[in-house]
Structure formats: structure tokens, C-alpha cells
Design a protein around this ligand. Structure first.
Ligand SMILES: [Zn+2]
Length: 173
């Protein structure tokens, strides 16, 4: 993948969260954080799009994906910085990321997987106050396709199908 393609992909991630993030900041830290609301929405279901959760971590389908199966893995607690995670939260977050990669590979058989985080506004985080890791499947030559469709909202049916696939493929203990 070219560097330009990567920049475009990561820029795409930030765009759809800007409005939500601005509202969140205006109302005060943690007050009305969309990720905290999702975390409080109950067990995994196709309605809240949570694919998996433990006591400390959860994985949710990105409602504004740039690929099918685009997951966000994050601590349940409203934490913005890696250094603010407890050891348990840190280990559990990594366990969640590891499972997310395994689920994506099993569900989509992609050519590759991107995983990463935007830490802070300057790095492109739309919601910098609640740490989250992006994990998404990639296919050879998909960058141009994804650039073309960036900004197009995926229909709820597609998200439901993606949730079903990932929930089924999620590695259990
Ligand atoms: Zn939060």
C-alpha cells in the first residue's frame, strides 16, 4: 500500500467522528461520551453492535466503517491515554485486539489486517478522550476502492450482517 493510501485511510477514520466528538467535548469529559454510552448499553447484541465484552474491554462494530468488519476495541472505562490504563486493562485490551484480529481473519479471510490507534487530536483521533483501537480487514488493492466510498454510510442491514459474521467467528475461551 502506498503512503498516500494509508494517509487517506486514516484521515477517513477521523472524519465521521468529528461532530460527535465536538458535542462530547462541549458537554464535559465522559458526560456524554458515545463510547461510554455503548459500553453501558448491555451485553453484545446486533442492536448495540457490540461483538464481545469482558469486564474491562469491549469490541464494537464501527458504525461508520471503511471496510466490512471494521472493529473498535477499547477499555470499558473512560480513559484517554495508554498510560492511564491499569495493568489489567492494558492486558485485557491487548487480548481483545488479538481476538478481534482472529475473528476478522476467520470471518473475512482478508489479505491483511490493519490495527492501530490515533492518540490525540493531532494524530487524528475524533474522540481522543476514550482510547480505542481500530482493527479492520484489508485486501490487496482495496485502497482506491475505500477512498472512493469514504463518506458513504453503510446500511444497517450490512452492519447487522457484519455483526453476525464477527460474533460467530469471535474466538471463545
Ligand atoms: Zn468514554
Amino acid at each position: 500500500m502506498s503512503e498516500t493510501g494509508l494517509e487517506q485511510l486514516w484521515a477517513g477514520w477521523r472524519r465521521d467522528y468529528v461532530v460527535t466528538a465536538t458535542e462530547s467535548i462541549r458537554r464535559g469529559p465522559g458526560d456524554d461520551c458515545v463510547f461510554c454510552r455503548i459500553a453501558a448499553s448491555g451485553p453484545p447484541s446486533v442492536d448495540n453492535l457490540i461483538v464481545w465484552r469482558s469486564e474491562l474491554t469491549y469490541a464494537v462494530l464501527n458504525a461508520y466503517p471503511y471496510a466490512s468488519g471494521h472493529l473498535l476495541v477499547m477499555p470499558v472505562r473512560h480513559v484517554g491515554e495508554l498510560g492511564a490504563l491499569s495493568e489489567s486493562e492494558s492486558a485485557d485490551l491487548w487480548d481483545g485486539v488479538r481476538r478481534a484480529v482472529a475473528a476478522i481473519v476467520a470471518a473475512y479471510d482478508p489479505d491483511g489486517v490493519n490495527m492501530g490507534a490515533n492518540l490525540g487530536h493531532a494524530a487524528g483521533a475524533g474522540i481522543p478522550d476514550h482510547l480505542h483501537m481500530h482493527v479492520l480487514p484489508r485486501w490487496s488493492g482495496d485502497t482506491n476502492f475505500m477512498t472512493t466510498v469514504a463518506g458513504v454510510r453503510v446500511m444497517p442491514e450490512s452492519l447487522a450482517v457484519g455483526w453476525e459474521r464477527l460474533h460467530t467467528s469471535w474466538p471463545r475461551d
